[in-house]
Design a protein around this ligand. Structure first.
Ligand SMILES: C[S@@+](CC[C@H](N)C(=O)[O-])C[C@H]1O[C@@H](n2cnc3c(N)ncnc32)[C@H](O)[C@@H]1O
Length: 373
């Protein structure tokens, strides 16, 4: 009986101590490689579809519940039940002639308390992180809704605080993308395309010269650059906020990467020293969500494209998703593009298209080609 109890105590104790660790690994973004991949391979499915499944969404509350139950059981085994047990075994005329092995010898008390402290620290840490990111979303909305006149009359300290908040937001944005490219395989992200046909067609249909100066904004580790190199393009630039993304594409290209100029920068901080003949942006512009950011991008692109140069923009359409990579995005329509870029660009074509993600879902995009006036 003592043996069974000690096995049971050890089991519940280790479950309660290991679940917070599992929780931590998953919350830190390493879940796909550390936890999901082995499980996915057992069932013969892709870890991307398992990560995106409702099962994973229900995992965190489930882990919390299991952890709480395991702690309660451990506590009772260690502190409550032994009192009753010892009274029962001694309530005979013979007394306690076969003394029980104390429970804390088989399952030391300290491991229970260490498990409890570890759990509290992990849960608190991740909940504080959640709270901070929620808070930032509120700040963005606040900034969007404050009228310009009020902004100019703000006290200096409030302005400084807002500047600091913006800096933090930019750091978080960079950290987000660095983490994505450090932890996810290329086929574990929704925007993956083995061959970016739509973008390649733009270059072919518009007879873009092979020596045109072409920049891919937010290019990440997309295969567009590989294909443009194969087609013989010689003047290629790729800008991305994530150094990890650029490292990945450089490694993939090997010696060919020498032919490309890579720029690690937030697009909003980009100060080009040259003008471009083609500005290509698939699924990066739509991450700008405030009027100010969109205005900055518009001014940047208007000043960075040579006369008669092209801009090819692809974003989620108004029938597309509201988020990408867990971040808020702005959806676009032809009219919305016109309102933003109409003054400096002539619109040539616009079309919508369903992108098939590696998780077998579809995302509706809108692609527009503009020519600098
Ligand atoms: C959804 S992915 C699209 C990647 C690539 N264009 C494609 O079509 O496969 C968005 C990319 O934009 C980059 N990005 C997001 N915000 C950015 C910003 N403010 N400045 C520069 N790059 C950004 C991300 O690092 C990521 O590589």
């Amino acid at each position: 009986m003592i043996k069974i109890k000690s096995i049971w105590s050890t089991l519940t104790g280790s479950v309660s101590a290991s679940i917070p660790l599992f929780f931590a690994v998953c919350k830190s973004g390493a879940c796909a490689t550390v936890c999901v991949s082995p499980i996915a391979s057992i069932f013969g499915i892709s870890s991307a579809s398992l990560t995106a499944s409702p099962l994973m969404k229900s995992l965190f509350p489930l882990l919390l519940a299991i952890s709480a139950v395991a702690f309660t059981i451990s506590y009772y085994k260690l502190y409550v039940l032994p009192k009753f047990d010892s009274n029962a075994s001694c309530a005979t005329d013979c007394g306690c002639d076969t003394p029980k092995k104390p429970l804390h010898k088989t399952f030391p008390f300290w491991s229970f308390w260490v498990g409890l402290v570890v759990s509290i620290v992990f849960f608190t840490y991740f909940e504080v992180q959640n709270y901070n990111s929620e808070n930032q979303k509120v700040t963005i909305t606040e900034q969007q809704s404050v009228p310009a006149t009020e902004k100019t009359t703000e006290a200096c300290c409030t302005t400084v605080r807002n500047v600091n908040k913006l800096k933090n937001m930019n750091l978080d944005k960079k950290a987000h993308w660095e983490n994505v490219f450090a932890t996810k395989q290329e086929t574990e992200v929704s925007w993956y395309q083995q061959k970016p046909e739509t973008s390649i067609n733009f270059f072919i249909e518009n007879n873009i010269p092979k020596d045109a100066k072409i920049i891919d904004i937010g290019g990440g580790d997309s295969y567009l650059i590989d294909n443009l190199l194969d087609l013989g393009y010689t003047n290629l630039f790729l800008l991305d906020i994530s150094a990890n993304a650029i490292e990945r594409i450089k490694n993939r290209l090997g010696a060919e990467s020498e032919k490309v100029t890579f720029i690690v920068s937030d697009i909003l901080d980009f100060q080009p020293e040259t003008s471009f003949d083609v500005w290509h942006d698939r699924a990066s512009f739509h991450f700008l969500t405030t009027e100010k950011e969109i205005e900055t991008y518009k001014n940047l692109v208007s000043n960075s494209i040579s006369e008669n140069g092209f801009m090819f923009l692809g974003t989620f359409s108004e029938n597309g998703p509201l988020k990408c990579s867990g971040l808020e995005i702005t959806q676009y329509s032809e009219q919305k593009f016109d309102r933003i870029f109409g003054t400096n660009f002539s619109k040539m074509t616009c079309f919508t298209e369903n992108h098939q993600t590696p998780f077998d879902t579809t995302q509706n995009f809108i692609f527009c080609t503009f020519k600098k006036k």
